[in-house]
Write a protein that binds this ligand. Structure first.
Ligand SMILES: Nc1ncnc2c1ncn2[C@@H]1O[C@H](COP(=O)(O)OP(=O)(O)O)[C@@H](O)[C@H]1O
Ligand SMILES: [Mg+2]
Length: 354
């Protein structure tokens, strides 16, 4: 006949997927009783809105009902007190969120100069990967010119802090976003920080944000070879870099500098995206508005693939201005994703310093 020990043993098999330990070991399953075939216990959760709550209760219920003689299971859920949380997690410390994050691939999007569409490409790449079923986050590392929230979010939202760290804001479809603009009281406020503060903010976006499980984290870097870019390339475990340029030769020249920086730090360059490459007219002809494309030559010179040549499409600008970029069809990005995914290394480049 089933004993209380058997019940405890069954609950020890129920794992909190976030913390990767059993709910018994974490002290989340409490006041366990077994009387006349009925198991009762309290499930104390870190937060009641915890999306995993139903999953853990369901798992516990199934395991308990599988025990001989158990006919009924009653689970009362409640939120842990601050003291209980402290016992499990300790005081929240800086960089603590990193321990809870499982990010499989980190990709940085880089351009030589501003205005070439780097943020749009970062966002649309994230959207495309998310539509393919991957879990995706965007870290907006452009601290002085953040534009990701404006492109993907409708209104001014502020992240809250959980025991696990700062919780990113999710877009309507579920892409996780973190940007300095989400933390400012007024998103129009200018950030006039010097290098070390900017580097600190970027490191916090990595170490103090609770990204959870992600297949891809896309990092939108500021243009050029600034301190912020160096911080990302030196201190985050990148799987690779995507270069964004436009047909102008100036854009090509400065993207070479950014590429050279990545190269010196031994971070794989995954390929080039030429944005605003041409405009498609109704007659079906391609107009090379910014002059002839140099993308193929550039890619060949750098020995990296040309991932895509993207058209000028006023819909990108219009939707991006209104926080509705997620509704863009993004057909041109299917090819980009098809070419990009196979060249992403599984192993991230180990950061040089922290
Ligand atoms: N392919 C495109 N077609 C039309 N407009 C674009 C395209 N790519 C970017 N834009 C627009 O150009 C402007 C600059 O793009 P953005 O992504 O902010 O560039 P960056 O991050 O390189 O500064 C934005 O208004 C954006 O909507
Ligand atoms: Mg930008």
């Amino acid at each position: 006949m089933t004993t209380l020990d058997d019940v405890r043993h069954a609950l020890d098999q129920v794992i909190d997927p976030d913390l990767n330990k059993s709910i018994l070991e974490l002290g989340m399953a409490r006041d366990i009783t077994l009387e006349q075939g009925t198991v009762k216990f309290t499930l104390a959760l870190t937060t009641l809105s915890c999306p995993l709550r139903n999953q853990m209760s369901q798992d516990a219920r199934e395991r308990l009902l599988a025990l001989e003689g158990v006919k009924d299971v009653t689970i009362e859920t409640r939120e842990m007190s601050a003291d209980e949380k402290k016992q499990i997690f300790g005081e929240p410390e800086q960089g603590a969120a990193e321990a809870f994050n499982h990010i499989k691939h980190v990709l940085a999007v880089v351009s030589g100069k501003g205005g070439v569409g780097k943020s749009s490409v970062s966002a649309l790449l994230a959207i495309t990967l998310h539509r393919r079923g991957y879990s995706v986050g965007i870290l907006d590392a452009d601290i002085t010119g953040p534009s990701i929230p404006k492109m993907l979010l409708q209104d001014n939202q502020h992240p809250h802090t959980s025991q696990m760290g700062i919780v990113p804001i999710e877009t309507p479809s579920g892409i996780k976003v973190m940007s300095i603009n989400l933390l400012l009281a007024d998103p129009n406020q200018a950030v006039i920080w010097r290098g070390p503060l900017i580097a600190g903010a970027i490191k916090q976006f990595w170490g103090d944000v609770y990204w959870g499980e992600l297949d891809y984290l896309i990092i939108d870097l500021p243009p050029g070879t600034s301190d912020a870019s160096l911080t990302v390339m030196q201190s985050l475990p990148l799987n690779g870099i995507i270069l964004v340029t436009t047909p102008q030769s100036l854009a090509a020249m400065v993207v070479r500098k950014a590429a050279s920086m990545a190269d010196q730090l031994s971070i794989p360059l995954l390929g080039i995206v030429e944005n605003m490459s041409y405009a498609e007219c109704k007659c079906g002809e391609r107009l090379e508005v910014f002059g002839p494309s140099h993308a193929a030559e550039l890619a060949q010179e750098m020995h990296i693939p040309l991932l895509a040549r993207l058209a000028i499409d006023p819909a990108i600008a219009a939707l991006g201005d209104n926080g509705a970029l997620e509704t863009y069809a993004a057909d041109g990005f299917a090819e980009l994703a098809d070419r990009l995914l196979p060249v992403i290394p599984e192993e991230a480049c180990t950061p040089l310093q922290n």
